[in-house]
Structure formats: structure tokens, C-alpha cells
Write a protein that binds this ligand. Sequence first.
Ligand code: PLP
Length: 332
Amino acid sequence: MMRRAMMDAEVGDDVYGEDPTVNRLQERAAEIFEKEAAIFVPTGSMGNQIAVKLHTRPGTEVVIEERGHIYNYEMAAMASTSGTLARPVHSRDGTGILNWDEIESAIHTGGAYYVPPTSLVTLENSHNFAGGRVYTSARTREIAERAHALSLPVHLDGARIFNASAALNESVADLARPVDSVMFCLSKALGAPVGSMLLGSRAFIDEARIWRKRLGGGMRQAGVLAAAGLIALEESPKLLHEDHANARRLAEGLAEIDGIRIDPEGVVTNIVIFDIVDTGMTSPEICARLKESNILSSAFGPEIRMVTHYDVSSADIEVVLREMKKIVSSEQ
Ligand SMILES: *Cc1c(COP(=O)(O)O)cnc(C)c1O
């Protein structure tokens, strides 16, 4: 369906704002998120970094949870593009989901002139490297209200916000309402081949268009991509609960395997991260063995990360569990 829509897409030059399909995607996204405006960007990283650039000035700090994507996986763009420093925050309960007290303790405002001031608070929902855990709209609202009281804007890295929405049964509009800007990916869980959206006030998005061009992200007949994005946006969110059920089943099965540690209760979206130290194998060894059976996963130190998506069925989950048992028990 996406390929067909891409082939049939009506296009124009989006640098001049003349691509009708891109314009339709931007309007639809703004409508769904109940924000004033939206802009199509090639990647989530570009969307996040444009937001960091617009909300901050050089020599200031950006507060972020220590495993956050904007800090760890965007090539230090907050330093190279925006001249800002990350102020990573540890979540004391280990979930990776911050509360206001934790954020507040990392904020510098109105203090000594020799301490770099905070210019932005960022949140990630769902939080990728915190095992896909989620911020409720109530938690987001509390953080944003307190930040705003200190005149600090809040940017939401909502690469996977539709997963959070499905898990919480709260609309993406509600989850993003308290924040000043939000980025979400049409790729990832929604299944489009390319593209992300950045949303905020109209003035903010007008500025974002300038920075998108400056960073080399002004695309011409991008309607072929936006056509797939529109289908991702309209059709995919309602399917995400299946990915979540599969992820939970995977986590429950993994928890029963000797040497693997994971709390299935913590798996609320489509990301499953588990500890393999007690298997006596390393994570790259296990991932390599899984790959021999066409099962893809990533190794992160003592942990392995798996993600469920549109192309993974519940039957596939049982195959993964069977292979995993085989691999781990061959070692013991
Ligand atoms: C994937 C992702 C991004 C953006 O990634 P791109 O590959 O640049 O599109 C940003 N934040 C999070 C949490 C992500 O998972």
C-alpha cells in the first residue's frame, strides 16, 4: 500500500513549499497532535537537533536523562550545532523515567554567573534505552509546568510516541500538549521508509524550516516520501498493541530462561532489553548465534535489545524463545 501511494504521489518542490503531499502530511500531523504547525524532516535526529538549536543559545545546558537519544546517539550535535552541553540526569528508581525533583536538581537558573545556565529540558517518550518505558501525560504536564515556571522550554523526543500512546491509552495530543515542541518518527514503529515530523507553534516551525535548509534537509519532490508517511500516520497506530503484546510475551518467555534477567512488567511497549551476564556468554556471542537463525538483536554490554514490529508475528516470538533456550543451554 505504501509503495503504491509513493508511486502515485502528487509532488512539487518542497523547498518552495509547493509539494502538496508534504503539505498534506504536515497539516495532518499538526491536526492529530493539536499543535499549530508541523514540518517534515528526513530524520528524527535532524528534528531533535533543530529543536535544540531553536530553544537554546551557545554556552548553555540541556537537561536530559542519561540514556537519552539526543545525548547519546546524535553525534554530539547538541555541542557541534548548538554549542550546548548535556546535563545528564540519573533516574533514581532505575526506570529511566524522570520526575520533576530529579530534573530540578540538574537545573541552573538565576544562580551564580560562573555556572552554565540551563536553557532546555528534554524528555523521551517512549524511552528507547530505558526499555521503551513511558511518561504519562500527567507526569509530562507536571514537568512542563514546573519548567515553564522557570521560563525553560521543554522538547519531547517522541520518536516512538505512538507506542507510548497505545500503551497508556492516551492520545498523542494529550501526551504532547504540555511541551513546546515534539518530534516523532514516521519510520520506526509506524513503518514508513523515511522521515520524521517536528511540531510546535507556527513561529517555531517557520524558524525550523530555515534550520532544516541550513542543515541540508530541504528536500525537493519529497512527496514520494510523505505519501508513505501519510499511510504510516493514518494506518499504523492502531496496530501497535499487537507489537506490545508480542514484546510482553517475549519478555515473559525470556524471564523463564536460566541466566536471563528481565522484569516482564517493565515491558509496556515494543522494546525488550534483558541482562545475559549469568548465561556465561557475552551479548555479542548470543546475538551472533541468533543471527544464524535470522533473528536480529543488538548487544549493549551486558544487555541485549530486541524490538517487535509489523513484520514480527506472535509465532515468530515462540521461534525466538526456542532458539534462545537452545543457545543459552548449549553453554551450560
Ligand atoms: C530513532 C530515534 C530517534 C531518531 O533517529 P533517526 O535515525 O535520526 O531518525 C530519536 N530519538 C529516539 C528515541 C529514537 O529512537
